[in-house]
Design a protein. Structure first.
Length: 163
């Protein structure tokens, strides 16, 4: 099994539409399903974005999405999904996050992410990579995702773990 990342391209829209119709994925991320029109708009925004958006590949087959999103001059965010259900829980997300963290820490000092509290598998992956829980954040105006676990990983801690 050969793992890889490649930049997002226009022909990848079909994967996004498929992945974001998966009820389990929606439950573990945003908590709300979107129309195909809304997903297409979101996808176009990703393509135009200055953020680094990649597809996660197995033997050149797209199975997920990961991004390196600049939040400030020193902080980046690492959203990730394994869109193809049969590839979840196999360590591919850990591999992809490791690759993005290597890229991110060349420029930034802190990696940040939010996870739904019930997404225990993902939180465990993040902890194993060195992310530390910072607390719970409440979104009063988001009934689909009213609270998230905030986690961060510093470049210093990442480098210590790599030693």
């Amino acid at each position: 099994m050969k793992l890889g990342l490649r930049k997002l391209k226009i022909s990848d829209k079909k994967y996004f539409l498929k992945w974001w119709s998966d009820p389990y994925l929606i439950k573990m991320t945003s908590g709300r399903s979107e129309s195909a029109v809304t997903l297409e708009k979101y996808f176009k925004l990703l393509l135009k974005s200055k953020d680094k958006n990649f597809l996660i590949l197995i033997n050149k087959k797209p199975i997920g999405h990961i991004a390196l999103v600049q939040k400030s001059k020193t902080i980046f965010r690492t959203p990730i999904i394994i869109g193809e259900a049969k590839y979840r829980g196999q360590g591919i997300g850990t591999w992809a996050l490791t690759e993005i963290l290597k890229k991110g820490f060349k420029k930034y000092k802190v990696a940040y992410l939010e996870a739904r509290p019930e997404n225990k598998k993902a939180i465990e992956v993040y902890k194993n990579l060195g992310y530390q829980k910072q607390g719970i954040k409440f979104y009063k105006n988001n009934s689909c995702q009213p609270k998230v676990v905030m986690m961060k990983l510093t470049k210093i801690d990442w480098n210590k773990k790599a030693e």
